[in-house]
Design a protein. Structure first.
Length: 456
């Protein structure tokens, strides 16, 4: 619908300029095109003014279509200044609004409300003013919110930086403290070593001095005995031109090597003391028997229904171990072989009656480096259903860690299914259960009756 702005006309004006309609809309309904305008002239003297207004109006419309909204608004206001066309003010306000100049657009809409008295124009302009005020309010709130968020982020960044700097200073202080402590400990250790060496040298010097004094005293005693006997002093034999002096052996005691005299508070090193010979430690066979009770659980998924439940299992049995090692306290590797009775509380949650298999299991494996360590084994199960549904067999691969202080024994581990007579195809260690206890976790406790101390 195209509408034109009513213009208050003078009774003396012979010419009424028709409103120029825009193809895309009129005054109060268009979103993209400027309004048509009406101009009045007061006779031939205003002919040039009307022509100028029409030219400016056409130029304003072209600028509006080209989305040069500031130029369009300025041209529309020039038209208003020439012919006081109220529609030009509305068009200028609309151009400013579309150009993002909401404050200027609001001022022009308010001017239009003052000069235009048509109800439709008043309502449309008032609506535009309300929308602009709401948009401006939202922009102010958004700006305030963004500034608050930026301020909070900056404060958080400053706080984080302060915390990081404090932690860095604390870490540097700890490092400096540790370095200082290390230097003190190194200096103390060097000082202690120097004192020990000095004390050892002093002790050796005292021992040497005492030995020298003892030897001198014994030599003097021998010389005194020789002097008292009237014989010559012992001298090495000499050869002369015609005479020789015969010496006689002294009658005194024979000199013995000086003995080490201990210094009070100092240990005299005995380098010549006899050292015990190392014991002859030959490799030997070691072995024993473990009696243990185990318990555990596994997830059971019954096929084909797919119901899942957590089943419990327990067992009791004996495992023999035989190893070869360098002494009676350890072994390089041990061979394991055992048998146990097992029972599952519930194996198939959908069967009626429920299937709870029990039976015997035989295992064989290895322990590294001894019984109290890592164990790997293969265990073959022969199971029968308590409800008489049918027997089946399955095989598992197990890994467990064991400790055996003195005669005690404790272990925990995991078993995975590798074969089952109930499976139609090959299965993996963690394949769908229903054929055996896949992914079973367990613990064991018991006694180790070791005849060779294998687990000590």
């Amino acid at each position: 619908m195209t509408t034109s702005l009513p213009i208050r006309m003078s009774a003396r004006l012979p010419l009424v300029v028709a409103c120029i309609a825009v193809a895309t809309g009129g005054l109060y309904g268009s979103q993209f095109a400027p309004l048509a305008y009406a101009a009045s002239a007061k006779g031939p003297s205003q002919k040039d003014t009307k022509a100028r207004a029409q030219a400016l109006s056409a130029e304003a419309k072209e600028a509006f279509k080209a989305m040069r909204y500031d130029d369009a608004a300025d041209l529309f206001m020039q038209v208003y200044d020439l012919v006081k066309n109220e529609a030009s003010v509305y068009n200028a306000a609309r151009a400013k609004e579309l150009g993002g100049k909401l404050g200027e657009a609001k001022a022009l809409y308010e001017l239009f409300l003052r000069i235009n008295k048509a109800p439709q124009g008043q309502a449309e302009a008032a609506k535009r003013v309300g929308q602009i005020e709401e948009t401006l309010r939202q922009q102010v709130e958004g700006k305030a919110k963004a500034e608050a968020q930026a301020k909070a982020a900056a404060e958080a960044d400053v706080k984080a930086r302060q915390v990081a700097e404090a932690r860095l200073k604390e870490a540097e202080a700890k490092v400096a403290e540790a370095e200082a402590r290390a230097r003190q400990e190194t200096a103390a250790k060097i000082e202690a070593e120097q004192r020990a060496r000095a004390s050892d040298a002093e002790a050796k010097a005292r021992i040497a001095e005492l030995r020298a004094r003892e030897a001198e005293a014994k030599l003097k005693a021998v010389q005194d005995r020789v002097d008292r006997s009237g014989g010559p002093v012992l001298t090495p034999p000499t050869t002369g031109s015609g005479s020789s002096t015969t010496t006689r052996p002294p009658t005194g005691p024979v000199l013995t090597p000086p003995l080490a005299v201990p210094v009070p508070g100092k240990a005299v090193p005995a380098k010549l003391a006899a050292q015990p010979e190392p014991a002859d430690d030959k490799s030997t066979l070691l072995g024993g028997v473990v009696l243990a009770v185990d318990g555990g659980s596994h997830m059971q998924q019954s096929a084909p229904e797919g119901a899942a439940r957590l089943d419990l299992a327990w067992g009791v049995g004996a495992t023999g171990h035989l190893g070869f090692g360098p002494s009676t306290t350890q072994a390089y590797v041990a061979l394991l072989a055992g048998v146990r009775y097992f029972q599952y509380v519930g194996f198939d949650s959908t069967a009626n009656p429920k299937q709870a298999p029990d039976g015997l299991a035989w295992s064989i494996g290895l322990a590294f480096p001894r019984l109290a360590g890592l164990q790997t084994y293969i265990q073959s199960h022969s199971a029968q259903m308590q409800a008489g549904i049918g027997d089946f067999e399955f095989t598992t691969f197990g890994v467990r860690m064991a400790v055996a202080p003195k005669t005690g024994y404790f272990a925990f581990g995991f078993e995975g299914l590798i074969n089952s007579s109930r499976a139609q195809t090959d299965i993996a260690l963690t394949d769908e259960v229903g054929y055996g206890p896949t992914a079973r976790f367990f613990v064991e406790a018991g006694f180790n009756l070791a005849n060779g101390g294998l687990s000590k």
